[in-house]
Design a protein around this ligand. Sequence first.
Ligand SMILES: *Cc1c(COP(=O)(O)O)cnc(C)c1O
Length: 222
Amino acid sequence: MIAERAEALRQRIAQACGRCGRDPDRVELLPVSKRQPVAALREAAALGFSRFGENYVQEAVAKHGQLPELSFNLIGPLQRNKVRLALEHFQEIQTVDGVELGARLRRIAEELQVQRGLWIQVDLWNEASKEGGCGEDDIGPILSEVRPSARLDFRGFMAIPPPAQPSAFPELAALRERWQQKLGQPLRLSIGMSSDLEAAITAGSDQVRIGTALFGARDQPI
Ligand SMILES: *Cc1c(COP(=O)(O)O)cnc(C)c1O
C-alpha cells in the first residue's frame, strides 16, 4: 500500500518538476508519520525513507525508542518545557518561531553538545493560528540567537499557508530569496503537503511534507 502511494507521489513530484524545469532529485519527500503506527514507519523505512516528520514530541520519542535507526524532524509546535526532549530526539526542528525559543534551543543544544538543523516557521498572513509561525520582522532577531551557535545549522523556512491563498507560495519564495541575499547562504523552503505539493514545487519548494497521500488516513490511536 505505502509502496504504491510512494510511487504515485514520486510521479506527481516528477511531473510537477517537469512542468517547471526542476530536478526531482532536489525535492525531498518528507514522510509525515504523526498518528501513524510504528508498523507504517517500518514499512516506509523498508522503501528507503529514513527521515520522518512528526508533530508531537512525546509520540516521536516513543517511536524513536522503537526505531532508533530513523531520524525525525519536528514539524509541530514546540513548547518551551519540551525543548530538551526535542533536541535529544529530533535531528531537525522545523518550527522555530520566537526569539525566546531560539535562545533556549541554543543554550540546551550547547549543553547537550548536539548538532541540530533549525528552520524558522513563518506565518505571513497574520493568522495567529494554533499552527504557529512568526512574521518576517521576527526572523532577524531569531537568527541573532541561533546563528552564532556552532551547534545549530540554520536550514531555511517552513510554512503552512492558508489553503485559499494562491499568492502564499510565491510570497514565501520571495522571502526565501530576500534572506538568501541578506545572509549570503542557500536556504531551503519547506512548503507543500498532500493536496498542494504541485503548486509548492512550482514555487520552488525543496521539501514537501506528505502525510495522508503516503500513509493513508490518520485514524490510528496515538
Ligand atoms: C500533518 C502535517 C503535514 C502532512 O499533511 P498531509 O495533508 O497529511 O499531507 C505536513 N506538515 C505539517 C506541519 C503537518 O502538521
